[in-house]
Write a protein that binds this ligand. Structure first.
Ligand SMILES: [Fe+2]
Length: 535
């Protein structure tokens, strides 16, 4: 039976609650008001300045998130180092008449007063609304949804994928369009949620330096979450997040072996970065990092329609390849280390977990949601063929990529689609079967999304850089450098990717339009332009 929400009607009690008790690490049994009450539940200023979020949905549950931070740029978010009770409500309706879960959890100071509620026992592919209350203060309302049941072939699924939001280089204007779309079932963030350097362009980074400590990473995450469009997109949809390099440091690989920085120091900084990331994302408590380790790669199913393999190409990877002299390059321009079969992007455990899925999946569309450019690409630089030494993307990890591609061919994985961030440009690339032969029948399709704001507004006059006119890279069918995101709609027959672009990120308001749309037919790897690009 439904319980009616009463936060708006009940007269708030400013009760000084007693401190103490030993509630186990903030774990909440959803639906049960748990544990002893904590610290003074009154605030000098509004504590929900960072909004609300949800993520990692399943057919029966989802993770809800918020953080108490009256002053997110201050140490401790402007709160004393004490625990606070936080209540939550989940309803079927936006006005909270039909409540399905209600309970209390605790915001702990050593978790930056972040709050996560893991819901179970909800209905599949259902929309829910949620909010939090601390003291007399009520959070903004979030909307979320669960995924379809395991074997359902749903008619259509729409999601958005995004990456690379540099706070100092622009406003996060593409998120206004993401937030306004009521049909989006999930937002996939492919990394560079924050940037670690000090910067001051369109907006100034806080703190104004390279962040290294836990407090500094927390302040940076808090500052990013103050962006109103980012908050709106989090409040509107559940997110599936993974990271790239800048959540920790530029172009790192695993523990980033560097003669100038002792390993223990790198490890401590990685632990701080990962901890702050977990504290600010709608990730389950089971993913809370232990030291410098955070188990992030995971899998989501949208019934039989799509499976999303959310990958971590940073934490376990081998160092970037060693450069070589031109006479050491092979005929395709690769250095010996690019081809070294010992080198890995994913690490053995994650790779085997992925390969097993690709061999057995029954899903119509099989997605690799990951960080860096997957399909090979030869930059048109002067001779010799212009391979970038020490490539940070899959062209520096050729053997592992080839192993995945061969595996897909061998096992007939249905409709593999790679989603990529990192490059700050829009691309569509058909993934050729062999890294030396770009003309072969594509094995998979790669959609690479531009940045939300990184690099600011494009300086090139022509917004449209290239369409199917690169003889060296015939598998590249689209390239563009606008800011924006990609919106994808999947049906049993067709995958459609709309490249959405904003008019600007240097002002807080923008208009959004579709630049070009590409489609994949079920059973036929490779994208086709759908309609005429509006550029
Ligand atoms: Fe980036």
């Amino acid at each position: 039976m439904a319980i009616t929400g009463d936060w708006d009607r009940r007269i708030s009690r400013r009760t000084l609650l007693k401190t103490g008790g030993s509630l186990a690490a903030g774990i909440t049994l959803a639906g049960i008001a748990s544990g002893p009450a904590f610290a003074q539940a009154s605030f000098d200023s509004y504590p929900f300045t960072l909004g609300v979020a949800s993520g990692d949905p399943s057919p029966t549950g989802v993770v809800l998130w918020t953080r108490l931070a009256p002053d997110p740029l201050a140490l401790g978010g402007g709160l004393p180092a004490e625990p606070y009770d936080v209540r939550f409500e989940v309803a079927r309706d936006e006005s909270f008449h039909e409540i399905v879960r209600r309970g209390t959890t605790v915001a702990l100071p050593h978790e930056a007063h972040s709050v996560r509620v893991e819901l179970f026992g909800l209905g599949p592919r259902h929309e829910y609304f949620y909010r939090f209350k601390a003291g007399d203060e009520i959070s903004p309302v979030g909307r979320t949804r669960t995924t379809p049941p395991g074997n359902a072939m749903v008619e259509a699924v729409t999601f958005a994928f995004v990456s690379c939001q540099h706070f100092a280089e622009g406003y996060f204007t593409p998120y206004a369009d993401v937030a306004a779309a009521t049909d989006i079932e999930a937002v996939i963030h492919l990394g560079d949620y924050i940037y670690e350097r000090g910067a001051s362009e369109v907006r100034a980074h806080a703190p104004a330096l390279v962040i290294r400590t836990l407090d500094e990473y927390r302040i940076r995450h808090g500052q990013y979450k103050t962006d109103p469009d980012l908050q709106a997109a989090h409040a509107a949809h559940p997110w599936l997040v993974t990271w790239d390099d800048h959540e920790f440091k530029n172009n790192y690989a695993d523990e980033d072996v560097d003669p100038n920085e002792p390993v223990a120091q790198v490890r401590a900084r990685r632990a701080a970065a990962y901890r702050a990331y977990w504290e600010h994302m709608p990730l389950a408590r089971a993913r809370k990092p232990v030291g410098p380790d955070l188990p992030l790669y995971r899998r989501f199913h949208w019934g039989a329609q799509a499976t999303f393999n959310v990958l971590d190409g940073r934490q376990y990877r081998s160092d970037q390849p060693k450069s070589c002299t031109d006479d050491q390059r092979d005929l395709s321009g690769y250095c010996p280390d690019d081809l070294n079969p010992e080198r890995t992007m994913l690490g053995a455990e994650q790779r085997d977990w992925l390969l097993e899925e690709l061999a057995t999946t029954k899903a119509r569309w099989n997605v690799l949601a990951q960080q860096t450019a997957f399909a090979p690409f030869i930059p048109q630089l002067p001779e010799p063929r212009g391979f970038v030494a020490g490539a940070d993307h899959w062209d520096g990890y050729v053997a592992e990529r080839q192993r995945i591609l061969n595996w897909i061919v061998e096992h007939g994985t249905p409709n593999p689609v790679v989603l990529t961030g990192d490059s700050h440009q829009n691309w569509v690339r058909n993934v050729p079967p062999d890294f030396r032969n770009f003309d072969g029948q594509p094995v998979a399709t790669e959609f690479m999304g531009t940045s939300i704001s990184s690099n600011g507004d494009p300086t090139l006059k022509g917004r449209f850089l290239r369409y199917a006119d690169d003889p060296v890279n015939p598998h590249v069918i689209f390239r563009n450098n606008n800011r924006g995101y990609v919106r994808c709609t999947l049906t049993p027959d067709t995958w459609t990717s709309e490249y959405r672009a904003v008019s600007t990120v240097v002002r807080p308001q923008a208009t959004t339009s579709t630049l070009a749309t590409f489609a994949i037919e079920n059973g036929r790897a490779g994208a086709q332009l759908a309609g005429t690009p509006s550029m």
